[in-house]
Structure formats: structure tokens, C-alpha cells
Design a protein around this ligand. Structure first.
Ligand code: PNS
Length: 162
């Protein structure tokens, strides 16, 4: 069975993430979305909230599941016999970081990374931008699944209008 992992902080999942996950699900027998902590980012949603929103967004994908992990990504891959990491590449600005991660993960445990070009329509999209727009009361419904937009709207914020 060909297995891949789509790792990320998913705080929250966006339509850009979903696009990559859907395309990966067509290339692999089984895709696991691994919600991991990024030590350089602080979170808006709890891990459990992120998982629930992801589950809701991928219910149409029968070979995709969600899991959480708090260690190194390569250790997760080893423990679950996953040989490929799939990550979206939005723009050249993503490349240096993603290449470095891909190379360190290959060096650490021999796990390969496939960088999937995102659809141009999502090249500007990030969870952090979505969080910021929403924190000012902006409309994010074009960028995230409906349940995520509702969850963002319900997060109390001092920046929110009204
Ligand atoms: O969505 P993000 O924040 O770009 O995802 C980054 C993430 C969570 C995939 C990355 O930070 C990660 O793999 N963290 C787990 C720890 C790890 O394995 N780091 C890489 C080797 S130092």
C-alpha cells in the first residue's frame, strides 16, 4: 500500500490545504493528515479543534484520515511505515524552507518529500492571513471550508468590528 502524510499546523485548514490533500489522495492509496506543532508559531485553535475542522472538511475523501503528533515528523513516518511526505508549494518564497525541511527529513530517516505546486488560485493563501482577516471581521468564506469560517467568526477577538 502506498502511503503518504500531509503534515502541517492547520491553524486552521484552508482551501489551499484541501486542494493539495485532495490531489494527494488521488496519487496514494492512503493519505494521513498529521496535525503537528510548529515551534515557531503560536496557535489560535486547539489541536482538537483543528482535527474536528479537518475531519469535517475531508468527509468526501475515503482514503484520507487525520492524526496528531507532537514529535519529529520523520518519527511519525517511521512508526506508521509512511515513505512520502506531501507538502504544497505556493511560491518561490516557500521553496528555501521546504527544501531545507525536505533535506533534513531525508537525512534524518530517509523519508522523501514531494512538493506539490498549489493551484495558482491559492498561491497567496495561508492560515495566518485567514486568521488575520477574520480577526478584523473580514469575510474569509472564499478561503476556507464553511465550518472553518464559522469557527473563526466565533473566536472572540478585540480586533473584531462591532
Ligand atoms: O503548516 P506548517 O506550519 O508549515 O507545518 C510545519 C510542520 C508542522 C510540518 C513542521 O514544523 C514539522 O514537521 N514539525 C514537526 C517537527 C519536525 O519534524 N521538524 C523538522 C525537523 S527539524
Amino acid at each position: 500500500m502506498k502511503k503518504a502524510v500531509c503534515p502541517g499546523s492547520f491553524d486552521p485548514i484552508t482551501n489551499g490545504h484541501l486542494d493539495v490533500i485532495e490531489r494527494a489522495s488521488g496519487l496514494f492509496d492512503e493519505v494521513t493528515i498529521a496535525v503537528l506543532m510548529n515551534s515557531s508559531k503560536s496557535g489560535l485553535f486547539s489541536v482538537q479543534e483543528r482535527v474536528e475542522m479537518i475531519k469535517d472538511s475531508i468527509s468526501h475523501l475515503t482514503n484520507v484520515k487525520v492524526d496528531t503528533w507532537s514529535g519529529l515528523l520523520v518519527d511519525y513516518c517511521r512508526a506508521h511505515e509512511i515513505k512520502a511526505i506531501v507538502k504544497g508549494l505556493r511560491a518561490v518564497s516557500d521553496f528555501d524552507y521546504e527544501l531545507q525541511m525536505a533535506q533534513i527529513n531525508l537525512q534524518l530517516k530517509g523519508v522523501d518529500t514531494l512538493l506539490m505546486a498549489t493551484k495558482p488560485a491559492y498561491s497567496f493563501l495561508s492560515s495566518s492571513l485567514v486568521r488575520e482577516i477574520s480577526s478584523y471581521g473580514g469575510d474569509v468564506s472564499a478561503f476556507v471550508p464553511q465550518r472553518v469560517a464559522a469557527a473563526l467568526a466565533s473566536k472572540a477577538s478585540p480586533n473584531r468590528k462591532g
